[in-house]
Unconditional design. Structure first.
Length: 323
């Protein structure tokens, strides 16, 4: 910690010489000690060690330790930069923001060991979300982010891309209940998911990590859908179910944990070819009856909003929002 403090001290002295401390600390608040570091300050600190009166061996150890610390500080700085860039305008980064300082210190300490740019982007976006909504980050997020690898992150991205809108339709053809869930149809589709990197082993690893719950046998179901007709909208395809277990609709072999839900909010998604057909195969093997040519068509509009067109009745349709 002594080296780290000295490096930051050099950065602060340089900033004072440039007359930017007050303005910068006011703007960046808790992030300033990490973003305030400049290459000139770091080089200046290393030069001080080189020019010191320390014995040769002590000087060498001091330089090596300083370089390790500087690498950590640079990682932290990049993640802080990403957080500021991804936070909404006007986000409060000060100590009055409500972000727990102990949590912040542990987060930034762990962030110092993250060198991969792909992972730095994830850390930065999570930090931005925490300052945007203090206290919203699950307590085990730091541990999970510290253990996740780019390969795990890519597999989790595939899972996040498998989003399905589930809509219960009343007897008049109007949506009564709507929800959006990940739908990972592993059963009956192992070969397809294996090619995507979502192998049995990978799904188990993500379960152990704490991002998902994986049940390869029974799977999971969304409850509260008592309507006779239930629509699934997946990747542009509308699937109409007209026979299912009372109150339940299958949603595949994976559900997200609270940490997984939080991480999904900042995870970019991909388009999965033939996703609707893969879901149909899963449903048919779960004794679900699919109504072909039902006349219902779901249109995705914006965010969690959707429109249901009843082409067998009229073309006006009704709209709703997923929960």
């Amino acid at each position: 910690m002594g080296i780290e403090k000295n490096v930051r001290k050099a950065a602060l002295e340089l900033a004072q010489n440039e007359n930017v401390v007050n303005k910068t600390t006011e703007l960046l608040g808790m992030l300033f000690p990490f973003m305030g570091l400049k290459k000139k300050a770091l080089d200046m600190y290393l030069s001080d060690i080189e020019n010191s009166d320390l014995p040769s061996e002590s000087k060498l150890m001091a330089v090596l330790n300083a370089k390790q610390t500087i690498k950590k500080l640079r990682n932290q700085g990049k993640i802080a930069d990403i957080a500021v860039a991804n936070a909404p305008e006007g986000t409060d980064f000060s100590r009055q923001s409500g972000v727990n300082e102990e949590w912040f210190d542990r987060f930034m300490d762990s962030a110092g060991f993250v060198s991969a740019e792909e992972m730095q982007l994830i850390w930065g976006k999570i930090l931005a979300k925490e300052f945007e909504s203090p206290g919203s980050t699950p307590s085990n997020m730091i541990r999970i982010l510290s253990e996740i690898t780019p390969t795990y992150a890519q597999a989790f991205r595939k899972i996040c891309s498998m989003k399905t809108i589930i809509i219960g339709i009343d007897n008049d053809g109007n949506p009564q209940k709507a929800a959006k869930r990940v739908f990972v149809p592993y059963s009956q589709n192992e070969d397809v998911l294996n090619k995507m990197g979502l192998t049995f082993g990978m799904l188990n690893e993500l379960d152990t990590l704490g991002l998902i719950k994986f049940d390869a046998l029974s799977g999971y179901a969304a409850t509260g859908f008592e309507q006779k007709f239930v629509l699934l909208y997946a990747n542009g395809k509308t699937i109409t179910i007209n026979k299912h277990e009372k109150n339940e609709v299958p949603i595949g072999n994976v559900i997200l944990t609270l940490t997984g839900e939080c991480l999904m909010k900042i995870t970019p998604t991909d388009t999965m070819p033939d996703y609707g057909e893969v879901i149909e195969k899963y449903l048919r093997n779960d004794n679900i009856k699919i109504f072909e040519n039902s006349g219902y068509q779901v249109l995705k509009t914006n965010g969690d909003q959707f429109q249901v067109l009843k082409t067998h009745i009229d073309v006006k349709g009704t709209s709703g929002i997923c929960q």
